[in-house]
Design a protein around this ligand. Structure first.
Ligand SMILES: [Zn+2]
Length: 314
């Protein structure tokens, strides 16, 4: 519509120009046409202006709507931000809780570590050996080296095992049960053979009273190792006594003609230490009488009883 009106104006102007040239008479017509066209243009312009105003209003409305939407978006994003902050706070709280828990755990571990008894040198060495052994089991380049190795039962009187095992990693191929004595001897010899340099091996027994050739041979092969032995002096009972075979002794020379070496003999040679006297003492008859006499002497009031004891002892 607009274009048509413009075209009409242009046409009128053009025709007016032409008419000016062609015919003065036509000028009046043409100018009248121009005037009409200009009036039409004015009307048209007003219409256009009104339309533009309407459009502007609509645009304003849309802009307002947009602004509103933007504000709503902003509000939403603010809410989101607040939520994020709250979440962050929650996370912080959770982290703080976790830290506190960790601290508690550390403290508990420390407390436990303090409560744990201090390991002896031998126990520490055994622990290190065990760790090294486990590490070797996971080593794909490790080649097993099997040997017969005796293992005592935890109870000295129960059967132990003879294991065909890799000493380095502890893998056992097969095993057979063996007598407690054979396992005691074999286990002691093995501990000497695998001792750390200059280590003192400690043996404590309540059932055995001698070593066989393999233990003495193990000591002869390891002149840097000493052997402490704690045993009962009355065969399965009696006082707990001990001796130490120092490092570097000619232990093979200690064996008797049957290939054994008694603890009492070794104690006589290296010195026997009394560790704990037998709990149930069985004093001799003479000692009993002397004890009784002492008691009655202390009880000065009962003279008659002293006399009785006197007559008894006579
Ligand atoms: Zn192995």
């Amino acid at each position: 519509m607009k274009y048509k009106k413009y075209i009409a104006i242009v046409m009128a102007t053009v025709s007016l120009t032409l008419l000016n040239v062609v015919s003065p008479v036509a000028v009046a017509h043409a100018s009248a046409a121009q005037t009409k066209a200009e009036e039409a243009l004015k009307d048209n312009t007003e219409e256009v202006q009104q339309e533009e105003k309407t459009e502007q209003k609509e645009e304003e409305k849309e802009q307002n709507k947009d602004q509103q939407a933007t504000q709503e978006d902003q509000q939403e994003s603010q809410q989101d931000q607040q939520e994020e902050k709250e979440q962050a706070k929650d996370q912080q709280t959770t982290q703080e809780d976790q830290q506190a828990t960790q601290q508690d755990q550390v403290q508990e571990e420390q407390a436990q570590a303090e409560e744990e008894p201090v390991l002896t040198e031998e126990e520490l060495a055994a622990k290190e050996k065990e760790e090294a052994r486990k590490a070797l089991q996971n080593d794909p380049n490790h080649v097993h080296n099997y040997k017969w190795i005796a293992k005592m039962n935890a109870s000295e009187v129960a059967e132990g095992t003879m294991n065909y095992m890799c000493e380095e990693c502890g893998k056992i191929w097969f095993f057979s049960p063996a007598s407690p004595y054979v396992c005691f001897e074999g286990d002691t010899a093995h501990r000497i053979a695998t001792a750390a340099e200059g280590e003192r091996i400690n043996v404590k027994t309540s059932h055995f009273i001698n070593f066989d050739k393999q233990v003495m041979k193990a000591l002869a092969d390891r002149p840097d190792v000493s052997l402490y032995v704690s045993f009962l002096d009355g065969e399965y009972k009696g006082n707990r006594v001990s001796f130490v075979i120092p490092a570097g002794e000619d232990t093979m020379a200690l064996l008797d003609e049957n290939g054994y070496c008694g603890f009492k003999f070794l104690g006589g040679k290296y010195g026997l230490t009394l560790e704990q006297a037998a709990e149930v003492a069985e004093p001799a008859e003479g000692e009993q009488a002397a004890e009784a006499a002492e008691k009655t002497e202390n009880a000065e009031e009962s003279v008659s009883r002293t006399e009785e004891v006197g007559t008894q002892s006579e």
